[in-house]
Design a protein around this ligand. Structure first.
Ligand code: FEO
Length: 399
Protein backbone atom coordinates (compact mmCIF):
# COMPACT_ATOMS: atom_id res chain seq x y z
CA UNK A 1 0.00 0.00 0.00
CA UNK A 2 1.18 3.54 -0.72
CA UNK A 3 -0.03 6.80 0.85
CA UNK A 4 0.31 10.32 -0.47
CA UNK A 5 1.84 12.52 2.21
CA UNK A 6 1.42 15.60 0.06
CA UNK A 7 2.17 16.61 -3.54
CA UNK A 8 5.41 14.94 -4.61
CA UNK A 9 5.84 12.89 -1.44
CA UNK A 10 4.56 9.34 -1.08
CA UNK A 11 4.94 6.80 1.72
CA UNK A 12 6.10 3.61 -0.01
CA UNK A 13 7.32 1.51 2.93
CA UNK A 14 5.95 -1.68 4.43
CA UNK A 15 3.30 -2.17 7.11
CA UNK A 16 4.38 -5.21 9.12
CA UNK A 17 1.11 -6.41 10.63
CA UNK A 18 2.69 -9.66 11.82
CA UNK A 19 5.82 -8.71 13.75
CA UNK A 20 5.49 -9.47 17.46
CA UNK A 21 9.21 -9.65 18.30
CA UNK A 22 11.34 -6.66 17.39
CA UNK A 23 14.97 -7.57 18.02
CA UNK A 24 14.07 -9.20 21.31
CA UNK A 25 11.09 -7.36 22.72
CA UNK A 26 7.41 -7.70 22.00
CA UNK A 27 5.46 -5.46 19.64
CA UNK A 28 1.81 -6.27 20.12
CA UNK A 29 0.59 -3.80 17.50
CA UNK A 30 3.12 -4.77 14.81
CA UNK A 31 5.27 -2.09 13.21
CA UNK A 32 6.00 -0.28 9.96
CA UNK A 33 9.24 0.34 8.10
CA UNK A 34 8.63 3.68 6.47
CA UNK A 35 10.21 4.71 3.22
CA UNK A 36 9.36 7.98 1.49
CA UNK A 37 9.52 8.68 -2.22
CA UNK A 38 10.24 12.31 -3.13
CA UNK A 39 9.38 13.08 -6.77
CA UNK A 40 10.53 16.51 -7.86
CA UNK A 41 12.96 17.46 -10.65
CA UNK A 42 15.14 14.83 -9.01
CA UNK A 43 13.76 11.69 -7.42
CA UNK A 44 14.90 10.48 -4.01
CA UNK A 45 13.96 7.61 -1.76
CA UNK A 46 14.36 8.30 1.96
CA UNK A 47 15.21 5.09 3.83
CA UNK A 48 14.16 1.58 2.88
CA UNK A 49 12.71 -1.47 4.64
CA UNK A 50 13.70 -4.81 6.19
CA UNK A 51 15.31 -7.28 3.83
CA UNK A 52 12.28 -9.63 3.44
CA UNK A 53 10.15 -6.74 2.21
CA UNK A 54 12.43 -5.43 -0.55
CA UNK A 55 10.05 -6.68 -3.25
CA UNK A 56 7.11 -4.97 -1.54
CA UNK A 57 9.04 -1.70 -1.57
CA UNK A 58 9.88 -2.13 -5.25
CA UNK A 59 6.23 -2.84 -6.04
CA UNK A 60 5.26 0.32 -4.16
CA UNK A 61 7.69 2.36 -6.26
CA UNK A 62 5.94 1.02 -9.35
CA UNK A 63 2.53 1.81 -7.82
CA UNK A 64 3.75 5.38 -7.21
CA UNK A 65 4.58 5.62 -10.90
CA UNK A 66 8.34 5.84 -10.70
CA UNK A 67 10.57 3.92 -13.06
CA UNK A 68 13.53 2.32 -11.22
CA UNK A 69 16.02 4.12 -13.45
CA UNK A 70 14.44 7.46 -12.47
CA UNK A 71 15.58 7.21 -8.86
CA UNK A 72 18.53 9.58 -8.45
CA UNK A 73 19.21 9.22 -4.73
CA UNK A 74 18.62 6.74 -1.92
CA UNK A 75 19.05 8.62 1.33
CA UNK A 76 20.08 6.31 4.15
CA UNK A 77 19.48 8.05 7.46
CA UNK A 78 20.48 5.01 9.51
CA UNK A 79 22.15 1.67 8.74
CA UNK A 80 20.22 -0.56 11.14
CA UNK A 81 18.82 -3.47 9.11
CA UNK A 82 15.16 -2.55 9.61
CA UNK A 83 15.88 0.44 7.36
CA UNK A 84 18.79 -0.76 5.23
CA UNK A 85 18.08 -4.48 4.78
CA UNK A 86 16.44 -4.01 1.39
CA UNK A 87 19.41 -2.11 -0.09
CA UNK A 88 21.39 -5.10 -1.46
CA UNK A 89 18.34 -6.32 -3.39
CA UNK A 90 17.11 -2.88 -4.36
CA UNK A 91 20.20 -0.97 -5.49
CA UNK A 92 21.05 -3.22 -8.49
CA UNK A 93 17.54 -2.43 -9.76
CA UNK A 94 18.06 1.34 -9.40
CA UNK A 95 20.93 1.83 -11.89
CA UNK A 96 21.17 5.61 -11.51
CA UNK A 97 20.84 5.85 -7.74
CA UNK A 98 23.51 7.33 -5.51
CA UNK A 99 23.45 6.40 -1.82
CA UNK A 100 23.46 9.56 0.28
CA UNK A 101 24.54 9.03 3.88
CA UNK A 102 27.06 10.11 6.48
CA UNK A 103 30.50 8.56 6.92
CA UNK A 104 29.49 6.43 9.91
CA UNK A 105 26.52 5.01 8.02
CA UNK A 106 28.79 4.17 5.09
CA UNK A 107 31.11 2.27 7.46
CA UNK A 108 28.26 0.27 8.97
CA UNK A 109 26.71 -0.49 5.58
CA UNK A 110 30.14 -1.71 4.45
CA UNK A 111 30.28 -4.07 7.42
CA UNK A 112 26.82 -5.50 6.76
CA UNK A 113 26.81 -5.70 2.96
CA UNK A 114 29.09 -5.85 -0.06
CA UNK A 115 28.99 -2.17 -0.99
CA UNK A 116 31.88 -2.25 -3.46
CA UNK A 117 29.64 -1.35 -6.40
CA UNK A 118 27.48 1.21 -4.57
CA UNK A 119 27.91 4.88 -5.47
CA UNK A 120 28.09 7.02 -2.32
CA UNK A 121 27.71 10.72 -1.65
CA UNK A 122 28.75 11.49 1.90
CA UNK A 123 27.02 14.26 3.83
CA UNK A 124 27.24 15.81 7.28
CA UNK A 125 25.18 18.17 9.39
CA UNK A 126 24.31 21.34 7.48
CA UNK A 127 25.00 19.91 4.02
CA UNK A 128 22.24 20.28 1.46
CA UNK A 129 21.11 18.42 -1.62
CA UNK A 130 18.92 20.02 -4.28
CA UNK A 131 16.08 18.01 -5.77
CA UNK A 132 15.35 20.85 -8.19
CA UNK A 133 14.09 24.41 -8.01
CA UNK A 134 12.62 25.12 -4.59
CA UNK A 135 13.25 21.65 -3.14
CA UNK A 136 16.27 21.43 -0.85
CA UNK A 137 17.16 18.61 1.50
CA UNK A 138 19.27 19.44 4.53
CA UNK A 139 20.96 16.80 6.68
CA UNK A 140 21.02 16.77 10.46
CA UNK A 141 23.19 14.13 12.14
CA UNK A 142 21.71 12.78 15.38
CA UNK A 143 24.35 10.39 16.73
CA UNK A 144 22.95 7.85 19.24
CA UNK A 145 19.34 8.61 18.40
CA UNK A 146 19.46 5.62 17.98
CA UNK A 147 22.87 4.41 16.69
CA UNK A 148 26.13 6.33 16.16
CA UNK A 149 25.16 6.98 12.54
CA UNK A 150 21.55 8.14 13.05
CA UNK A 151 20.58 11.14 10.94
CA UNK A 152 17.49 13.12 9.95
CA UNK A 153 16.75 14.72 6.60
CA UNK A 154 14.84 18.00 6.37
CA UNK A 155 12.97 19.22 3.32
CA UNK A 156 13.45 22.94 3.85
CA UNK A 157 10.79 24.51 1.67
CA UNK A 158 8.04 22.14 2.83
CA UNK A 159 9.27 22.10 6.46
CA UNK A 160 9.13 18.31 6.62
CA UNK A 161 11.47 16.39 8.89
CA UNK A 162 12.25 12.80 7.93
CA UNK A 163 13.26 11.91 11.45
CA UNK A 164 14.12 8.22 11.10
CA UNK A 165 13.79 6.43 14.49
CA UNK A 166 12.99 9.60 16.42
CA UNK A 167 9.26 10.13 17.06
CA UNK A 168 8.45 6.60 15.83
CA UNK A 169 6.01 4.04 17.13
CA UNK A 170 5.65 0.31 16.58
CA UNK A 171 2.14 0.62 15.26
CA UNK A 172 0.79 -1.13 12.18
CA UNK A 173 -2.20 0.75 10.80
CA UNK A 174 -3.62 1.71 7.43
CA UNK A 175 -4.45 5.13 8.91
CA UNK A 176 -1.04 6.63 8.25
CA UNK A 177 -1.51 10.08 9.83
CA UNK A 178 -1.68 11.03 13.50
CA UNK A 179 -5.05 12.78 13.14
CA UNK A 180 -6.64 9.62 11.76
CA UNK A 181 -5.86 7.71 14.96
CA UNK A 182 -6.68 7.86 18.65
CA UNK A 183 -4.11 10.28 20.11
CA UNK A 184 -3.73 8.63 23.58
CA UNK A 185 -3.07 5.31 21.84
CA UNK A 186 -0.46 6.91 19.58
CA UNK A 187 1.27 8.66 22.46
CA UNK A 188 1.28 5.41 24.45
CA UNK A 189 2.91 3.60 21.52
CA UNK A 190 5.41 6.45 21.10
CA UNK A 191 6.22 6.19 24.81
CA UNK A 192 6.63 2.43 24.60
CA UNK A 193 8.89 2.86 21.56
CA UNK A 194 10.97 5.50 23.35
CA UNK A 195 11.33 3.36 26.47
CA UNK A 196 12.49 0.29 24.55
CA UNK A 197 14.64 1.95 21.88
CA UNK A 198 15.74 5.48 22.65
CA UNK A 199 15.76 5.75 26.44
CA UNK A 200 19.45 4.88 26.94
CA UNK A 201 20.36 7.88 24.80
CA UNK A 202 18.13 10.43 26.50
CA UNK A 203 20.92 12.98 26.97
CA UNK A 204 21.55 12.91 23.23
CA UNK A 205 17.82 13.19 22.57
CA UNK A 206 17.66 16.29 24.77
CA UNK A 207 20.52 17.84 22.78
CA UNK A 208 18.82 17.02 19.47
CA UNK A 209 15.52 18.50 20.68
CA UNK A 210 17.36 21.68 21.66
CA UNK A 211 18.90 21.79 18.18
CA UNK A 212 15.49 21.36 16.55
CA UNK A 213 13.89 24.11 18.63
CA UNK A 214 14.29 26.67 15.84
CA UNK A 215 13.54 24.30 12.97
CA UNK A 216 9.96 24.86 11.78
CA UNK A 217 8.18 21.56 11.26
CA UNK A 218 4.84 21.20 9.51
CA UNK A 219 5.19 17.43 9.18
CA UNK A 220 7.35 14.80 10.88
CA UNK A 221 7.80 11.61 8.89
CA UNK A 222 9.39 8.98 11.15
CA UNK A 223 10.67 5.61 10.00
CA UNK A 224 8.19 3.67 12.16
CA UNK A 225 4.49 4.22 12.68
CA UNK A 226 2.29 7.13 11.71
CA UNK A 227 3.18 10.53 10.28
CA UNK A 228 2.80 13.52 12.61
CA UNK A 229 1.07 16.51 11.01
CA UNK A 230 -1.60 17.63 13.51
CA UNK A 231 -0.07 16.75 16.88
CA UNK A 232 3.55 17.82 16.45
CA UNK A 233 3.46 19.94 19.62
CA UNK A 234 2.21 16.93 21.62
CA UNK A 235 4.89 14.52 20.43
CA UNK A 236 7.64 17.13 20.91
CA UNK A 237 6.41 17.86 24.44
CA UNK A 238 6.28 14.15 25.23
CA UNK A 239 9.86 13.73 24.00
CA UNK A 240 10.99 16.65 26.18
CA UNK A 241 9.62 14.86 29.24
CA UNK A 242 11.05 11.44 28.39
CA UNK A 243 14.45 12.89 27.46
CA UNK A 244 14.54 14.74 30.78
CA UNK A 245 13.59 11.48 32.57
CA UNK A 246 10.65 13.30 34.14
CA UNK A 247 8.90 10.83 36.47
CA UNK A 248 5.40 10.61 37.90
CA UNK A 249 4.58 10.05 41.59
CA UNK A 250 4.46 6.36 40.80
CA UNK A 251 5.67 3.19 42.52
CA UNK A 252 6.10 0.02 40.47
CA UNK A 253 6.45 -3.33 42.21
CA UNK A 254 8.27 -5.93 40.10
CA UNK A 255 8.43 -9.40 41.58
CA UNK A 256 8.51 -13.14 41.12
CA UNK A 257 7.45 -15.63 43.76
CA UNK A 258 7.89 -19.42 44.09
CA UNK A 259 5.37 -20.38 46.77
CA UNK A 260 3.39 -17.14 47.18
CA UNK A 261 5.42 -16.02 50.22
CA UNK A 262 7.18 -13.19 48.36
CA UNK A 263 3.74 -12.44 46.93
CA UNK A 264 2.39 -11.98 50.47
CA UNK A 265 5.11 -9.37 50.99
CA UNK A 266 3.90 -7.62 47.81
CA UNK A 267 0.43 -7.32 49.34
CA UNK A 268 1.85 -5.70 52.45
CA UNK A 269 3.97 -3.28 50.39
CA UNK A 270 0.89 -2.34 48.35
CA UNK A 271 -0.92 -1.40 51.56
CA UNK A 272 1.88 0.97 52.47
CA UNK A 273 2.01 2.58 49.02
CA UNK A 274 -1.78 2.96 48.91
CA UNK A 275 -1.75 4.79 52.23
CA UNK A 276 -0.03 7.79 50.60
CA UNK A 277 -2.49 9.96 48.62
CA UNK A 278 -1.53 10.99 45.10
CA UNK A 279 0.76 8.05 44.36
CA UNK A 280 0.05 5.71 41.47
CA UNK A 281 0.80 2.02 42.01
CA UNK A 282 1.60 -0.53 39.31
CA UNK A 283 2.26 -4.18 40.18
CA UNK A 284 4.00 -6.33 37.59
CA UNK A 285 4.53 -10.02 38.33
CA UNK A 286 7.38 -10.53 35.88
CA UNK A 287 6.18 -13.92 34.66
CA UNK A 288 2.92 -12.27 33.58
CA UNK A 289 4.49 -9.17 32.05
CA UNK A 290 6.40 -8.70 28.81
CA UNK A 291 9.72 -6.87 28.49
CA UNK A 292 7.91 -4.10 26.62
CA UNK A 293 5.42 -3.68 29.47
CA UNK A 294 8.25 -3.50 32.00
CA UNK A 295 10.14 -0.82 30.08
CA UNK A 296 6.99 1.19 29.34
CA UNK A 297 6.04 1.11 33.02
CA UNK A 298 9.55 2.09 34.06
CA UNK A 299 9.88 5.28 32.06
CA UNK A 300 7.63 7.36 34.30
CA UNK A 301 8.15 5.38 37.52
CA UNK A 302 9.86 7.26 40.34
CA UNK A 303 10.38 4.31 42.70
CA UNK A 304 10.57 0.54 42.46
CA UNK A 305 10.08 -2.29 44.94
CA UNK A 306 11.95 -5.29 43.56
CA UNK A 307 11.01 -8.69 44.93
CA UNK A 308 12.27 -12.19 44.34
CA UNK A 309 12.25 -15.50 46.09
CA UNK A 310 15.60 -17.27 46.23
CA UNK A 311 16.09 -20.12 43.78
CA UNK A 312 19.37 -22.03 43.90
CA UNK A 313 21.00 -19.07 45.65
CA UNK A 314 19.99 -16.76 42.80
CA UNK A 315 17.08 -14.46 42.15
CA UNK A 316 14.27 -16.00 40.11
CA UNK A 317 15.41 -16.26 36.46
CA UNK A 318 12.66 -14.10 34.97
CA UNK A 319 13.31 -11.44 37.58
CA UNK A 320 16.96 -11.52 36.49
CA UNK A 321 15.87 -11.05 32.87
CA UNK A 322 13.64 -8.13 33.83
CA UNK A 323 16.41 -6.38 35.75
CA UNK A 324 18.95 -7.04 32.99
CA UNK A 325 16.59 -5.41 30.49
CA UNK A 326 15.88 -2.38 32.68
CA UNK A 327 19.55 -1.94 33.56
CA UNK A 328 20.48 -1.85 29.88
CA UNK A 329 17.78 0.70 29.09
CA UNK A 330 19.11 2.92 31.89
CA UNK A 331 16.45 4.68 33.94
CA UNK A 332 18.60 7.02 36.06
CA UNK A 333 17.72 8.76 39.29
CA UNK A 334 15.17 6.30 40.62
CA UNK A 335 14.84 4.96 44.19
CA UNK A 336 14.14 1.37 45.23
CA UNK A 337 14.36 -1.37 47.82
CA UNK A 338 14.38 -5.15 47.51
CA UNK A 339 12.52 -7.92 49.31
CA UNK A 340 11.79 -11.64 49.11
CA UNK A 341 11.63 -14.94 50.93
CA UNK A 342 14.12 -17.79 51.02
CA UNK A 343 14.50 -21.21 52.60
CA UNK A 344 17.90 -22.51 53.64
CA UNK A 345 20.02 -20.39 51.28
CA UNK A 346 19.97 -16.63 50.70
CA UNK A 347 20.22 -14.90 47.30
CA UNK A 348 17.18 -13.21 45.74
CA UNK A 349 16.72 -9.95 47.66
CA UNK A 350 20.44 -9.55 48.31
CA UNK A 351 21.26 -9.83 44.60
CA UNK A 352 18.49 -7.35 43.79
CA UNK A 353 20.01 -4.96 46.33
CA UNK A 354 23.34 -5.26 44.49
CA UNK A 355 21.54 -4.44 41.23
CA UNK A 356 20.02 -1.32 42.80
CA UNK A 357 23.57 -0.19 43.63
CA UNK A 358 24.82 -1.04 40.11
CA UNK A 359 22.05 1.06 38.58
CA UNK A 360 23.02 3.90 40.94
CA UNK A 361 19.49 4.14 42.26
CA UNK A 362 18.91 5.39 45.78
CA UNK A 363 18.32 2.37 48.03
CA UNK A 364 15.65 3.47 50.47
CA UNK A 365 16.38 0.71 52.94
CA UNK A 366 18.16 -2.63 53.45
CA UNK A 367 16.61 -5.71 51.80
CA UNK A 368 13.57 -7.13 53.61
CA UNK A 369 14.10 -10.86 53.89
CA UNK A 370 11.68 -13.54 55.10
CA UNK A 371 12.75 -17.09 55.98
CA UNK A 372 10.17 -19.45 54.45
CA UNK A 373 7.10 -17.59 55.74
CA UNK A 374 6.94 -13.80 56.25
CA UNK A 375 6.12 -13.16 59.90
CA UNK A 376 3.72 -10.45 61.05
CA UNK A 377 6.76 -8.37 61.94
CA UNK A 378 8.22 -8.75 58.41
CA UNK A 379 4.87 -7.84 56.85
CA UNK A 380 4.71 -4.71 58.98
CA UNK A 381 8.22 -3.82 57.77
CA UNK A 382 6.98 -4.27 54.19
CA UNK A 383 4.03 -1.93 54.74
CA UNK A 384 6.25 0.69 56.34
CA UNK A 385 8.79 0.38 53.52
CA UNK A 386 6.00 0.74 50.93
CA UNK A 387 4.78 3.91 52.60
CA UNK A 388 8.28 5.40 52.74
CA UNK A 389 8.81 4.49 49.08
CA UNK A 390 5.58 6.23 48.09
CA UNK A 391 6.66 9.35 49.96
CA UNK A 392 9.98 9.22 48.11
CA UNK A 393 8.06 8.95 44.82
CA UNK A 394 6.23 12.18 45.60
CA UNK A 395 9.55 13.85 46.33
CA UNK A 396 11.22 12.64 43.09
CA UNK A 397 8.21 13.60 40.95
CA UNK A 398 8.22 17.12 42.40
CA UNK A 399 11.83 17.77 41.33
FE1 FEO B 1 14.38 1.51 13.38
FE2 FEO B 1 17.45 2.00 14.91
O1 FEO B 1 16.25 1.34 13.63
Amino acid sequence: MITSVQAGITAVGYIDWAVRDFHGYDTQRGSTYNSYLLQFEKTALVDTVKEPFATDLLMNLVRAGVAPEAVDYVIVNHAEPDHSGALPALLPLLPNATVVCNKKTQEILGAYYNTAKWRFQLVKTGDTLSLGVGRTLQFIEMPMVHWPDSMATYLQEEQILFSNDAFGQHYATSRRFDDENDLPTLLFEAKSYYANIVNPYSKRVAAVLAGLANVPMKVICPSHGVIWRSHIAEILEAYQGWAAQRVQPKVTILFDSMWHRTEKMVSAIQEGVASVPGVVLEVLPVRAATLNQLATAAIDTACFALGSSTLNQQMMPQMAAAICYLQGLNFPGRAAFSFGSHGWGKGGPELLSAKIAEMRWTETQAPIVAKYEPTAEILTQCTQAGQALAEKALELAAK
